[in-house]
Ligand binder design. Sequence first.
Ligand SMILES: O=C(O)[C@@H](CO)OP(=O)(O)O
Length: 347
Amino acid sequence: MATTALNQAIGTLQSHGCFSNSGSHRDSLNASVRLISKGFKVEVGLLRRESYCSRKRSFSLVQASSSQTTVFDAVSSPSKSTSTTKDSPKKSNEAALILIRHGESLWNEKNLFTGCVDVPLTKKGVEEAIEAGKRISNIPVDMIYTSALIRAQMTAMLAMTEHRRKKVPIVMHNESEQAKAWSQIFSEETKKQCIPVVTAWQLNERMYGELQGLNKQETADRYGKEQVHEWRRSYDTPPPNGESLEMCAKRAVAYFKEQIEPQLLAGKNVMIAAHGNSLRSIIMYLDKLTSQEVISLELSTGIPMLYISKEGKFIRRGSPPAPTEAGVYAYTKNLAQYRQKLDEMVH
Ligand SMILES: O=C(O)[C@@H](CO)OP(=O)(O)O
């Protein structure tokens, strides 16, 4: 294999802008993440919070370290207001966090290592994104973060076509002063009906180095199943000239802490559309998984997962099975009230 310098590759990455439904889920709609760790199996879903409780895990998190960016001022968000609004019935430091891995891409379909190669969704991926949107259609979304890659962006946009609030997701363009100026909105009323979409290369898929474009099965045949599994799932072994999960976490989790966590702490409801490994690293942080536990964390394409951010802690609420699932709204008073408002608006 060629010896491209990793730093060079990461530099390139900076310049441009996963849940397998494995195993025997009793309810496949309910399945979001399957974690098998050191001889015990934890299936996390809406109705399986007890699994995590039984592990006696604490969900407390480190407080966010930096202040909010000004990007979001371009489009106002309901939960920013201190008064009761249509979208956020009650001001609170509680917020919903939806994580979603992109729908199936053309290279997922072909079983090729994709990494930072910018591949679009398949028709099935488009359908998965729409289905995911239905499942979160009653959950408030004030801010959307996606990677710089089209498969995550398509997923976010397609999912939002199903949202009952019918706000318009608007991609923020802050790459230059001109881009910023040329994409301004001059109606406060219109701004209120928009959701800012922030694209960030830091949320990109892990850079897969010299595996990008190779067939996963053929690579396993050539280098051995164990070696390829280590490249794909271990925490600190990078694929040749690529990023390990640890390296991916350095940028993805840092971005989450610096940019996204302050939004959640301010009560904004956030959706993140990203990738198998960038999301694995974020989930590792949210759920305080060890480098051993994360090895077994598998994410399927197009399955949304919900967390509630409250008082600096993240509470995993699994994957909303359907928009009408009563349990979704039993999570918090705020979500129930939000849904009630949506019902009133629609009827
Ligand atoms: O090819 C990739 O970019 C990723 C996600 O599809 O693969 P893996 O499951 O090996 O992390």
